[in-house]
Design a protein. Sequence first.
Length: 398
Amino acid sequence: MLESTRCGVLSSQRRVLLVFLLLGLVSLFADIVYEGGRSISGAYLVEIKAPEVAAALIGVGEFLGLAFRLFSGYIAAVFHSPSVLWSSTLLGYMLTSLSIPMIAFAPAWHSVVALYIVDRLGKGLRAPSRDVILAEVSESIGVGKGFGIHELLDQIGAFAGPVLVSVLLAFYSYGVAYLTLIIPGLISVLLVITAWRLHPTLKSISFSTRRPQLMFRGYGRPFWTYVAATSILTLGFMHWSIASYYLKIRGIVSDVEIGLIYAVAMLVDAVTAVPLGILFDKVKLKTLLAIPLLVPVFIVLVAYAPRELAYLSAIPWGIVMCSEESIMRASIALLVKPSNRPLAYGVFGLVFGLTWALGGYIYTALLGETLYMLLYVLITSITSLCLYTVLAKTTSAK
């Protein structure tokens, strides 16, 4: 009897770990589709002679996707059903897996833009639900390590997608490049279905018949302190598109070198994901204290460093980007009880996206004023560091 119980527990643990691995592979193949399609989006718009407003409209899709995270997180929180979480995750990946390849058949630039927006809505739909599931199935190995491994696999896909598309474009047309992305897309969908069948129930979620109310009570001061700290940090974290523009106008590196610096940043992101996750599992929220210190270093290297040191800017940028995709998502699992996680992830995703976009506009206004850029990033970094310090002390004292 005891032996059979042990075997049952072991089998259950293996199944959960398998689901965790499957979710990582889902992100890998889905990122091949998304990043592969995004890498040629601008070039393809030029190819089909689309107006400049088309590129701006794709940017609107990014905002709509972020706003949709709050909506999808709210729906998941209201129903408290594992089926709703899994359905949202599956539908979100299906939208990405189908919309990007369908660009091959788009008759006009309006359709191309619409399909890119559908892809971002798919990301917004699936992200909160997927993160809730991921937080649960990674508990046995450590939430920090779990999100770190997931980010590593995600980055492998983010690297492989543009490479695959570049190779296809070298020998074939844009249509073939887009259409080929249906293969990794379908693989990601099949993997989600497999994971769902292996782990259909979630212990942290139970069905609830309560009336839908968009309320934020019960999340606690630590969660809102965390959201405030991360928002301020993100305001000072320069988006790579702006950093690459600044490197270009400084004229210290070539266009090819700018692309190589970004590739190095992605490599740093991938390499640091798992170690950062392991560190997070050991010291918890104290890991966050190092992140605000790296953001000003990146700005200094971009704005002041000579050509020989410009490549070093990839290191702090890659680490900060990695932390935002791994341990910052894992932090929510520590700060919020399981029943509140769907909406918490939705709120975090929306606020993160909005503050990063706002920070981008601020940096655009400050371009060329390096002293003001440095003062701005110091203010945001020091403020976020103070809030993270308060958060780490209050949570460790409990």
